[in-house]
Write a protein that binds this ligand. Sequence first.
Ligand SMILES: *Cc1c(COP(=O)(O)O)cnc(C)c1O
Length: 856
Amino acid sequence: MKPIRKFTVRAVVPGSLSALEELAGNLRWSWHEPTKRLFEHIDPELWRSSRRDPVAFLGEVDPARLDELAADGRYVEWAERERHGLREYLSEPRWFQSLGTDAPSTVAYFSPEFGITAALPQYSGGLGILAGDHLKAASDLGVPLIGVGLFYKAGYFAQSISPDGWQQERYPVLDPDGLPLSVLRRPDGSSVQVTLALPDDESLHARVWKAAVGRITLLLLDTDIPANTDDLRSVTDRLYGGGGEHRLLQELLLGIGGARAVRAFTELSGRPAPDVFHMNEGHAGFLGLERIATHIAEGHSFAEALQLVRAGTVFTTHTPVPAGIDRFERGLVERYLTGSLLPGVDPADALALGVEPGSDPATSPFNMAVMGLRLAQRANGVSKLHGQVSRRMFGDLWPGFDSEDVPITSITNGVHAPTWTDPALLGLAEATLGTADTEHADWASGALSAAEFWGVKRRMRLQLVEDARRRLAAAWSDQHAGAQAPLWVSRVLDPDTLTVGFARRVPTYKRLTLMLSDPERLKAILTNAERPVQFVIAGKSHPADDEGKRLIQRLVQFAQQPELRERIVFLPDYDMGMAELLYPGCDVWLNNPLRPLEACGTSGMKAAMNGALNLSILDGWWAEFAGEDYGWVIPSADAAGDSGERDALEAAALYELLEHRVATRYYERDADGVPLEWVRRVRRTLATLAPELGADRMVKQYVEELYRPAAEQAARVAADGDRGARDLAAFGARVRASWPKVQVVHVESGGVESPHVGDELRLRAYVELDGLAPDDVAVEVVYGRSRSDESIEGVRRTPLEAERSTDAASAASGPRLYTGTVVLDRAGAFGYTVRVVPRHPLLVSPAELGLVAVAD
Ligand SMILES: *Cc1c(COP(=O)(O)O)cnc(C)c1O
C-alpha cells in the first residue's frame, strides 16, 4: 500500500549519549574514522546495513541497546572524548588563521552538486565529489568558506541493470528530515524563504537547508514547499533531470537564490559578507547578475557594477566537451531575465554576457560558461593540460591575443585524503609508521615490511570481492522477483588475482568499451592460466544518453558469458559508497579517455592514494604526474586517420601493456609470494605521488593564487567609495571608443645591420592613440624565435617607453613615439612585432578588455 504522507521520526537518544547526536549532526564523521568507530561499536551489523549513515543508524538502533550503553561509563566517556575532539576541531586556529588580515573574509562557493557522503546523494560524478572534497579540505584548513547548492529531492538517480543489460533509472525520494540538515531560521523561529520573481507575476520560493561539513556551512535551496505551485515545487526534483526551461529555473535559483540565501545567512549569523565568490562551473553564473543588481540599487551603472562584481569573482571551467556546457535558447533566457527578477538591470546588458563570441547577438545561444568568464576577473581550468585546452577553447573571447595570453590559469584538482583513504591503510600507518596522516606518511620506510604491506592490500582486495558478490547477489534478486542468486555469483572475483578497476560516468569520450575493441584478446588476458587479470567496472549513463546506455549494455553482455563472468563484473549503481571499497580493492586503475577531453579526472588520484598503480592515457592530471613508479602510460594515437583507427591502436597498446608489463610485473613473486618490485612501486606512489594529489594542496592553491588576489582586488575597486570601479568602467568606455583608430603606424629599427648575440635591437614605434593619453596604453615589443609558419615561439615582451614630447601641439595630434631596446641573447631565427594594449592599474591581464592593436 502506498502511504499518502511520509516523514522521519528521529530517535530519542538518552541524555548521557547526547554526544552521539552532536557527532551525527556534523558531516565531519564522513571523513573521521574515530567517530565512525564510535558509531560502529553500537551495532556493527546494523551500522553496515544502514550504509554507515549515523542519522539513519541512530533512528534504527534498538533503544534497549542505547540504554545499555548509556549506563556504560566507558562508552559514555569515549563519546564525550569524541565530542570534545569535534568541538576543538571546529574552533581551533588552523592553516588559514596564520595568513594574516589581508586574507579573504568569506568565500562563497557555488556548485550545482556536492558529493560529501553516500548518505547525502546530491552529486552525479566528478564535479560534485570535487566540490565535496573542496569543502572538506577548506574545513581542515580553516578557510572561511560557505557552500551554496540546491537540495534535489531525488538526487541524481539509482541505477539498476535489466537482464539484457539495459540501464534502468529509479528516483528514490529523500526525506530531508532523515538527513543531517536543518532549516535556516530567524531568531523568532520562522524559516528563511528566498523568492525569485518569475514571468506572468509568478514567484518561485525556496527554503534553505543548512548542512554542517566540519567548519563549513553548506546552504541548499529547496523548492518543495507549499508556498509554490505544484509545477514549481518540482524545480529541485532531481539533478540534471529536465530539459531547457527546468534547467534554467534550477540555475536561476542556484545563482540568484543562492546569492540571496548567502546574504540572509551571513546577516543572521553575524558573519562578514563574502568578498570572494567562486563559481564551480558555469551553472551558478546568474549569481553575478544578482550582485550586479545589488550594486545598481546602490546607484551604480551596469558597467561600474560589473567591475565591482568581476573583481571578487573566480570562475572554474571543468570541461572541454561542448556538450558539458550549458547553453540556453536566447528567447527563453530573455523571458526570465526581467526587471522584476533583477531590478535595475537592463535585460539587454544581461543577455549580452552570454553571447558566444563571433555569433550574432540576436540569435546566439546563451552560454553559461561564456557568461562565467565575463563575470569573473580570474578563471582557471583543473589541470595544466586542461588550462592549455581552455585557453584555446575560449580564446575567441579575447580576440587578437595568442592563447598564452588568454587569462585562464589552472589549478589541478585534488582529492580529500581522509575521506578517500581506506581505514586499513590508516590503521597500518598508525601501527607501523606512527602517524594518522596517511597523505604525508613515509610509506617507503623500513619500519614497514613488504609482506606486511601486501597483507593489508590483500585484505582491501578481499573486501572489494565480498562487496561485489553481495551487490551482484542483491541485484540478481531484484531482477528476478526476489529469487536467490545462482551459486556462481558467490564465486565471482578472487582476492589473489590482479584486479583492474574502471568506474566513472559514461559519456562517450571516456570510452567505457575501449577494452572490448578485440574481445578475443581481452578474453585471453582475463583467462590467462598463469597470470589472470580480473576487471571490476561500474558507471552511470545520463538518463537521456542512449548511446552511453548502449555502451553499458555491450559491456554487461560481454561480462555475462559463462566462461568470463567470474573475471569481469559490472557493478550497478556506482556511488561514493561503492567507490570507498572499489579504489582500495584495485591494483590497477584504468583510464582511457579520448585525449585531451578528460579535464582532470580524480578517480585515478583516489586509487593512487589506496595503493593502486595507474594505467592511463596521458590526459588530465596524469599528463603532469605520470612516472615510472606510479604506473603506465597508454600511448595516444593522435596521428590516427579516424576515430575507429585511433581506438584500435590505443586498445592494442592497452592489451600489450596489460599482458606484457602489468601482469608480468604483478606475478613476479619472492619465495613468500610477495611481489617485491610491485610493492616497492606502490609504496613510492603513496610516499611521493599521493601528497601532490591532496585536496589540501588544491585548496591552498585556490586561496593563495585566486581567492586572496581576488579579495585584494575587490577591496581595491571598492576603496574610496567604489572609486576604482568607477575609474575602471570609465576607462573601459573611453578606450573602447578610441580603439578602432588605435594603431601602430610605423616601426623603425636600428643596431642590427649584421646581428650577433649580445647586440641591441633599438626600436622606435609610432602609435596613433586617437586622443588617448600615452599612459592609457602599454606599447610592447613582442619577440622570440621566429618559425617558418609566421609565428613567434617562446614569446617574450618588453615595454617601449613614450617619448615625453616637449611640444604641446605635436603631443595633441599625430602619432606618439615609443622607444626601447631588446638584447639579442640567443643565436638563430629571431622575430618580433609591436603591439598596443590598454593599460590600467586595476586590470589584471593585458588581454582583459580583449583589445589589442598589432603592427602589420
Ligand atoms: C571520484 C568519483 C568520480 C569521478 O571520477 P573521474 O575519474 O573524475 O571520472 C565519479 N563518481 C564517483 C562515485 C567518484 O567517487
